[in-house]
Design a protein around this ligand. Structure first.
Ligand code: UD1
Length: 336
């Protein structure tokens, strides 16, 4: 089976490529390296023990996208490519609508043209906005609070319309909670550009001495210690969830929407303690204002993933923190 992984040089995409190749799939990466570094390809190839076929192109070009499909015989597409910063999307909404929507439309158009019938989409728990209740089930209303989140909702809508028109296509919409951690080898991991927005890369850079202290963005939430609660899932478990979705497509041809999380929420303070324990290094913190748009608690109801995909996340918070620290401490200069 040949799988096209769009955004295969990115954080989650790279872990997906390594997992697929090591399970015997033929993999093709497409990436424009707008938010990733070319040097990761060498690491990926080493972890896969082979040269993975790579297209360096922007999926917003339909001609380029079609050319790639014409040169390969893809069985499935896993679509990670897209811009992903909620904050940036508020400042530059057109970039988000342009990149995320056009690229997806082009991939879907090429899939139609070349009769590729399996599609897995990286959605996000961000589509639930401020949830009315937790744990969050897949049936809860969708209401994003920023353009990034709205692109995810729009693409989900496009996929539902597309499936209605082409019910012979298997589509999986995977709503990720908070992916963290790194590959067990320490060779690939999350590498944000500039000062990280997300908790785990920020903690790793404070622990490494690159940043001075960790800003806790809000200590007055209605949670057990006042800090935000999230459902963190190890990136290795997350990509296993994609494999489970791919296997399900051998049995069922439908449009399937599922949460990928652990079902367990941790506070910011709990994450900091776990990171200190994993690294053996104390983390300096300071309390700052809440970030606009942040919610108090968010964690998944994972029943559907279990019953329909046979998927349960296995790795613990300790695994998430220790793999993150292993990656950070082995690669103080990223992929250079
Ligand atoms: C964010 C995005 C979400 C995206 C996800 C990817 C927003 C509003 N949401 O989720 O769309 O899918 O990342 O992983 O940006 N925190 C601090 N200090 C920091 C950073 C974060 O205390 O410097 C706290 C936050 O208040 C939150 C928790 O850590 O309680 C997790 O934050 P973060 O890693 O940014 O993820 P989300 O905001 O949940």
């Amino acid at each position: 089976m040949t799988i096209l992984v769009t955004g295969g040089a990115g954080y989650i995409g790279s872990h997906m490529v390594v997992k697929l190749a090591n399970r015997g799939y033929d993999v093709v990466i497409v990436d424009d390296f707008s938010n990733s570094q070319e040097q990761i390809i060498e690491r990926i190839n080493r972890l896969c023990n082979q040269q993975i076929k790579l297209y360096r192109l922007n999926l917003c070009s339909l001609a380029e996208c079609n050319r790639m499909f014409s040169e390969n015989d893809f069985d499935a597409v896993i679509h990670f490519a897209g811009s992903k910063s909620p904050t940036e999307s508020v400042r530059n909404p057109l970039k988000y609508y342009h990149n995320n929507i056009f690229s997806t439309l082009n991939v879907l158009t090429a899939m139609k043209e070349y009769s590729v019938k399996k599609f897995i989409f990286s959605s996000s728990a961000t589509v639930y906005g401020e949830p009315e209740q937790i744990p969050i089930t897949e049936q809860m209303p969708l209401k994003a609070v920023n353009p990034y989140g709205r692109t995810k909702i729009m693409i989900e809508e496009i996929l539902r319309d597309m499936y209605s028109a082409s019910p012979d296509t298997a589509i999986a919409i995977l709503r990720y909670f908070n992916p963290v951690g790194a590959h067990s080898s320490g060779e690939i991991g999350e590498l944000p550009t500039g000062i990280p927005n997300n908790i785990m890369p920020y903690l790793s850079q404070v622990t490494a001495g690159i940043l001075a202290e960790f800003p806790i963005t809000g200590t007055d939430y209605d949670t057990r210690d006042g800090t935000g609660v999230r459902d963190y899932i190890h990136v290795d478990d997350l990509v296993e969830g994609h494999l489970a979705a791919l296997h399900r497509m051998d049995r069922v041809t439908d449009l399937f929407t599922v949460n990928l999380g652990t079902g367990q929420g941790y506070t910011v303070r709990e994450i900091i303690s776990a990171y200190e324990k994993a690294s053996g290094i104390p983390i300096a913190t300071r309390t700052v204002d809440r970030r606009p748009g942040d919610i108090a608690q968010c964690y998944a109801d994972v029943t559907l993933a279990k019953t329909e995909l046979g998927f349960t996340a296995k790795l613990t918070l300790e695994d998430m923190c220790s793999s993150s620290w292993n990656w950070q401490s082995k690669n103080p200069n990223g992929y250079e």
